[in-house]
Design a protein around this ligand. Structure first.
Ligand code: ZN
Ligand code: FE
Ligand code: ZN
Ligand code: FE
Length: 274
């Protein structure tokens, strides 16, 4: 697939497998045009060894990926997936500023203390009003977009992961979210991992992608691979989804060493079917 995969993890996070170089080799074997390693930034305020590397591991992670960037210039990018939690914004900002990340994926995995996408915390869905959960989630994603911390919003509707759907359309909430995302100038990924979760659907859903396309929000592609063999997984499907939503191409990231975050380019989909 002639696309880059910007969302991949490594064994450092405690719940994935493989070294960064194994992910790069997998991307090359699949014919991807690039790969970004975007392992989980240490979860704050309390790192959980099953969810992310510790703060003390971050420099080694950066050094490993930097070495791969030097070995495969223009092919490998140094990314990271950072949690958006309102109470940790300034700490996350300092952590990010201390390292030369090409891009940062911003993801909401928590509402307060509840890790709502963590299979260990599923019971909580039974105690909540599901529409309220979705509304609160959209609010947090909009806040994440406006925080200025992130290049790409990760798995935009991950709250659907376990199949808990809202009981009403949430049209006005969704319109508001898309407007906030567009105004903030962040990118949104098509994340194929959802196809392998109970919901069995990529993030975000086609309806949301159409709205994002209409609002002019550029997209990237991410497998959210937690094993090297998952790199670039289902990207053919993802391109079809993007085209159905009206997209004619995607955003590419170009490393600008010493100048902060990557530059953002625009690449048309190939004329031939993916
Ligand atoms: Zn993970
Ligand atoms: Fe995530
Ligand atoms: Zn993620
Ligand atoms: Fe991820």
């Amino acid at each position: 697939m002639r696309l880059p995969d910007y969302h991949t993890h490594t064994a450092r996070c405690g719940h994935a497998h493989g070294r960064p170089d194994e992910y790069v080799a997998a991307a090359k074997a699949r014919g991807l045009t690039g790969i970004g390693i975007a392992d989980h930034l240490p979860l704050l305020p309390e790192p959980d060894p099953e969810l992310s590397m510790g703060v003390c591991d971050l420099s080694d992670y950066v050094a490993d990926v930097q070495a791969l960037k030097a070995e495969f210039p223009g092919y490998v990018l140094l990314g990271v997936e950072a949690d958006y939690r309102p109470q940790t914004v300034s700490e996350v900002r300092s952590l990010l500023e201390g390292h030369p990340f090409d891009y940062v994926i911003g993801s909401v995995h928590h509402m307060g203390e509840w890790g709502f996408d963590d299979p260990r915390q599923l019971d909580e869905y039974g105690r909540r009003d599901i529409d309220d959960v979705w509304v609160e989630y959209f609010q947090l994603v909009g806040d994440a977009a406006e925080s200025g911390l992130f290049t790409i919003l990760g798995h935009l509707d991950v709250v659907k992961k376990f199949g808990y759907r809202p009981t009403r359309a949430l049209t006005s909430e969704l319109d508001h979210l898309v407007a906030r995302v567009a105004a903030a100038g962040v990118l949104v990924e098509i994340n194929t991992a959802g196809l392998h979760r109970p919901v069995k659907e990529a993030y975000p859903t086609l309806d949301i992608l159409r709205r994002l396309c209409d609002a002019g929000v550029p997209i990237t592609f991410g497998s959210d691979a937690h094993r090297p063999e998952e790199v670039g997984r289902d990207f053919g499907h993802a391109v079809e989804l993007a085209r159905s939503a009206g997209y004619a191409g995607f955003a590419s990231l170009e490393s600008r060493p010493g100048e902060g975050r990557a530059g953002i380019g625009s690449v048309p989909f190939e004329a031939s079917p993916a």
